[in-house]
Ligand binder design. Structure first.
Ligand SMILES: C[S@@+](CC[C@H](N)C(=O)[O-])C[C@H]1O[C@@H](n2cnc3c(N)ncnc32)[C@H](O)[C@@H]1O
Length: 216
């Protein structure tokens, strides 16, 4: 699956990339209750402009992305000097208050996540096949401290599956309920291609568990 993404970046097949900030971020982030100054984790970040919006709203950002090309394009297309360094097996670029870690999200561990207090997932969960989504939800819970908040922009789709994958509401609750308070905020319009986004607020509960949620 990693080869799939690297190849897509290499060939410029990045239809998922938006040329503008996602409206759900603008609409819902201010209501989420993440205080300015809180560092936001953006898993599977691509070269999303949403990271610039978060930085402009006083949030240091830590994006993680497999494809070097995505991060190179992000900093090239943005303003400001870039510093580069290596840490714990990741190549990191910093531009202003945005840090971009190049590598596998599943290799990013709690010791590196010390300052993180919020997260933003747009098209990260839905980029992963079903078995990996379970791992993703658990890994995210390990990185996020109790009380921390996040916004999730997920997707349901008709017809052939992924990526992007069809993620049902039941699955979102099953994946995240054990470790997060999950609130469905809104659904986007159903597009002509059968894609429909949904937006969720997640608040991290107490100690991490991988027990499935009961009675859902
Ligand atoms: C559908 S794109 C979404 C990118 C971005 N969130 C956005 O909204 O434009 C998924 C991204 O995840 C990256 N990716 C896939 N698996 C990954 C992994 N295990 N670790 C880090 N990045 C990964 C891909 O290279 C791709 O850029």
């Amino acid at each position: 699956m990693q080869q799939h993404w690297l190849k897509r970046w290499e060939e410029g097949r990045i239809g998922f990339h938006r040329d503008s900030v996602h409206p759900a971020l603008v609409r819902h982030w201010p209501l989420l209750g993440a205080t300015p100054g809180t560092k936001v984790l953006v898993p599977l970040c691509g070269k999303s402009l949403d990271m610039r919006w978060l930085a402009e709203h006083q949030h240091p950002v830590l994006g993680i992305e497999l494809a070097e090309a995505a991060l190179a394009q992000f900093v090239e297309e943005g303003p400001g000097e870039v510093s580069r360094y290596q840490q714990d097996g990741f190549s990191i670029q910093r531009q202003g208050s945005i840090e971009l870690w190049c590598g596998d999200f599943f290799h990013f561990h709690i010791a590196q996540a010390a300052e993180i207090g919020a997260f933003y997932d747009r098209a990260a969960l839905i980029a992963l096949p079903e078995a990996t989504r379970q791992r993703y939800a658990f890994h995210l819970a390990q990185l996020i401290p109790p009380g921390a908040r996040g916004l999730l922009v997920s997707l349901r789709r008709d017809g052939e599956d992924g990526p992007p994958y069809n993620v049902s509401y039941e699955e979102i609750r099953r994946l995240f309920d054990p470790n997060f308070i999950v609130t469905h905020l809104e659904d986007g319009e159903r597009e002509d291609n059968g894609f429909q986004e949904s937006v969720w607020a997640l608040v991290r509960r107490g100690p991490v568990t991988d027990e499935p949620a009961q009675h859902r």
